[in-house]
Design a protein around this ligand. Structure first.
Ligand code: AMP
Length: 397
């Protein structure tokens, strides 16, 4: 899959609208706790500035309800971007209101205008063509660099892209990199190719598992979702997370793996807790000996050893979903050990966004991975084999 590239657009000295995803996490004081999404877009922004463009940047942040709300103002994001770019960034008071319109019209070459939180407009999440048109009127070119939101059919992501012809729109460098990594890996992985899939539920990852099965050589399942598989195999999983209605699907996945000769690995031991609390009494037990009333909240040391052993010869690793409740220190060890192993390996290592990216960053291993996605939901949809609405607009056919 190839996308129209920003590199090929004749943007020198022109007005360019760039949809970014600066939806960064903040603490209770409004401080940005992780600015990776902003840093990841700098290449695109600098490229445009070097060509003397006037830049109009749009992003959402948080979940405002379609009207101005000070709490969700982009002020902290504007300041961080300014610092990272070492360049002034103006912030409009609205999205397509009088202030944004006036500032966009007056914008000069080399200047940057950030519109207020795009989700202050109700039409954004409704893919409203009127909002899309108002945004499109501000600029001559449209660039989508917002991978994290490209799975959403929203006005600034889909409807707006439709309004530009292929000579006036393109993917930014971040979006291009995300798609290339996932597409290349899924289409032509260097083998052996392993997927490590974890997280809470089978339901959230079932489509991805089905899509990955014919492509991988090895599949490692951890996290809460492993218990539905273990129960389907007749194990007594105590009070662990389970989706009884998906046991047949789990069995089908295991059957299909057998048929395709994919080696499927499930945990053989767990950290079992009496309660879902950070300081619960815990026990290390095999999956055959989980006491009734206890729940598995992390993979155990034998599983870590087995996963590591089976990952030794692998050349490509795709990881999506934690191995346990990594948010609580007691149940983070399994994920942490796997993260260290993946980071140290000579394989190409690709980490899905969201929780997995978060856990890798918490441990400080983000620089060691080949690629960490900036989008949790979007990268999961790529693993499910879907074409994202925002990306579809930019595919070279
Ligand atoms: P997901 O959003 O499906 O990727 O799931 C991520 C969540 O799964 C994290 O918040 C983890 O705390 C949770 N999780 C991982 N392992 C378990 C487990 N064994 N039991 C309950 N929740 C888990």
């Amino acid at each position: 899959m190839e996308l129209y590239s920003l590199k090929d657009l004749p943007i020198a000295g022109k007005k360019v609208f760039i949809r970014c995803d600066f939806n960064v996490p903040m603490d209770e004081f409004g401080n940005i706790t992780d600015d990776r999404r902003i840093r990841s877009a700098l290449a695109t922004l600098k490229f445009c500035l070097d060509q003397d463009c006037a830049l109009i940047i749009a992003t959402h942040a948080g979940r405002p309800t379609g009207e101005f709300d000070e709490k969700y103002s982009l002020k902290p994001i504007q300041l961080r971007l300014q610092k990272l770019l070492k360049h002034d960034v103006m912030l409009a008071k609205d999205v397509v209101g009088p202030d944004a319109q006036a500032k966009a019209a007056a914008l000069q070459k080399g200047e940057i205008l950030m519109l207020e939180n795009i989700r202050f407009e109700k039409g954004e999440t409704k893919n409203d063509p009127k909002l899309a048109q108002a945004l499109a009127n501000m600029a001559e070119f449209y660039v989508n660099d917002a991978f994290g939101v490209s799975h959403r059919a929203h006005a600034s992501v889909e409807a707006m892209a439709e309004l530009f012809d292929t000579k006036h729109k393109a993917a930014g460098f971040l979006l291009q990199k995300e798609i290339e990594f996932f597409a290349k890996t899924l289409e032509k992985p260097v083998r052996p190719f392993a997927a490590i899939v974890g997280g809470s539920k089978v339901s959230g990852k079932l489509e991805a598992l089905k899509h990955l099965l014919p492509k991988v050589d090895k599949l490692f399942i951890g996290g809460g979702m492993a218990f539905t598989f273990l129960k389907a195999l007749g194990e007594d999983i105590g009070k662990s997370l389970v989706e009884d209605d998906l046991m047949n699907e789990a069995l089908a996945v295991m059957e299909e793996a057998k048929r395709l000769k994919v080696k499927l690995y499930l945990p053989v031991d767990v950290v079992a807790a009496q309660e879902f609390t950070p300081d619960s009494v815990i026990k290390l037990v095999t999956t055959k000996e989980i006491p009734s009333g206890w729940m598995g909240l992390d993979i155990g040391p034998a599983t870590v050893r087995m996963f590591r052993e089976a990952l030794v010869d692998v050349q490509t690793i795709l990881w999506n979903g934690p191995m346990g409740v990594y948010e609580m220190e007691r149940y983070a060890r399994g994920s942490s050990k796997i993260a260290h192993f993946v980071a140290d390996s000579y394989a190409t290592t690709i980490v899905g966004g969201g929780d997995t990216a978060d856990l890798v960053q918490r441990i400080g291993l983000d620089e060691e991975m080949t690629f960490i996605s900036t989008g949790g939901g979007a990268s999961l949809e790529l693993l499910e084999g879907k074409i994202l609405p925002g990306v579809q607009q930019l595919v070279i056919v």
